[in-house]
Design a protein around this ligand. Structure first.
Ligand SMILES: O=C(O)CCC(=O)C(=O)O
Length: 269
């Protein structure tokens, strides 16, 4: 809809100058994307036969009809690339996921990027269940739905994680991408490469607190059953985006259940 043909002469000239100067296609596309020329950005990458460094969501319509679900786009931001969807999961799917995860919760851990190990941290006070080794039918359906929406293969996902936050439970501001200057990042990225995207799904209503907050955007998304947030941890050129700092705000009243899927650049084994 807003492809290369719809660009005005000034933009077309700018692209030519960039190409002559040797600026990479992904870098040019990245700039176009942040200015709202999303289709033109993707078209340019396709035309040059380059590989996309992150998922591509079709933003042309306000509702997206997937194989077995129609979802609404509620909010979009181009840089950082954040999209909020409503009706991504049905009420029944959310209840079934909560039900299945009961009695399986363990204290959540975070990755220590100095050595790649998983450690307990006071920054993340939730409990979690990982479905990465044993995805049931519902988990597979959800992962396939995410793959279809993101146009990114399901085997690039780290495996669905269901989180439970109770009284005061939170995840303090953090990034999901791996910081490549840290010693442990090489080891972590040997399997699957960079975490290019994050997909979060609210499974429960929370009476008070529990929003997902993006402090650098001064923006937060409140919990609502079936609502999902996707954000891209890298720009179109594959560079990490430090505007994606985000947090799970403390739960003040109620219990927050959230499902998370971290998405890698390459297949994750
Ligand atoms: O709990 C939230 O709202 C955020 C979760 C989160 O930051 C994550 O799983 O990376």
């Amino acid at each position: 809809m807003n492809g290369l043909k719809s660009l005005n002469e000034e933009w077309k000239k700018w692209i030519k100058v960039c190409i002559l100067k040797g600026v990479s296609t992904n870098q040019i596309a990245s700039e176009l994307f942040q200015r709202g020329w999303t289709d033109a950005a993707y078209e340019l990458i396709e035309k040059k036969g380059e590989k996309l460094k992150r998922p591509r969501i079709d933003l042309n319509k306000n509702r997206i009809a997937l194989n077995n679900k129609e979802v609404s786009i509620t909010y979009t931001c181009h840089k950082p690339h954040v999209i909020v969807f409503d009706d991504f999961l049905s009420f029944e799917e959310c209840s079934a996921l909560i039900e299945d995860s009961q009695n399986k919760f363990k204290v959540s851990k975070v990755i220590n990027d100095d050595d790649g190990s998983r450690v307990l941290s006071t920054n993340r006070t939730s409990q979690s269940v990982s479905y990465s080794k044993s995805p049931n039918r519902l988990v597979k359906t959800i992962e396939a739905r995410i793959a279809e929406l993101l146009n990114w293969p399901a085997n690039h996902g780290e495996g669905l994680l269901v989180l439970r936050y109770e009284d005061g439970g939170e995840y303090k501001p953090h990034y999901d991408y791996f910081n490549t200057i840290k010693k442990g990042s090489d080891k972590i990225m040997q399997n699957g490469g960079q975490r290019v995207g994050t997909f979060l799904m609210f499974l429960s209503e929370v009476e008070c607190g529990g929003a997902t907050r993006f402090p650098k955007l001064n923006f937060e998304v409140r919990p609502k059953v079936g609502r999902a947030i996707y954000f891209s941890n890298v720009d179109l050129a594959g560079n990490v985006d430090n505007m994606t700092l985000h947090a799970g705000m403390p739960v003040i009243k109620g219990v927050k259940y959230l499902a998370t899927l971290w998405i890698r650049e390459e297949p994750y084994l």
